[in-house]
Design a protein. Structure first.
Length: 99
């Protein structure tokens, strides 16, 4: 995954497939690799090491990083508000032949 500056310039490598990136509604934090990371005022990306992140442990070391243990997270208007999908499946445990 890479980020491309809108005003031109070289691409910024973010990391591998584990580094899905999204932003909160207010732009004050980013969700990267399952961690909510606060952003400095005026910044749109957290501090990214040269060559991007190579593990989730590197993301966890970012200042203020907080793990969100859920899949399909969408950040909300404040650091403590987010939405995620939790589904359950119930199946018929009995096989009933249908003629």
């Amino acid at each position: 995954m890479q980020a491309f500056p809108l005003d031109g310039g070289p691409a910024i490598p973010i990391g591998g497939s584990f580094t899905f990136l999204s932003w909160s509604l207010d732009g004050r934090s980013a969700l990267i690799g399952g961690y909510r990371v606060p952003l400095a005022p005026g910044e749109s990306l957290p501090p990214i090491p040269a060559g991007g992140f190579h593990s989730q442990e590197e993301i966890a070391q970012l200042p203020g990083a907080r793990r969100i243990e859920a899949a399909g997270v969408v950040l909300g208007p404040s650091p403590d508000v987010y939405a995620f999908y939790r589904g359950t499946i119930q199946r018929n445990l009995y096989r009933i032949p249908i003629p």
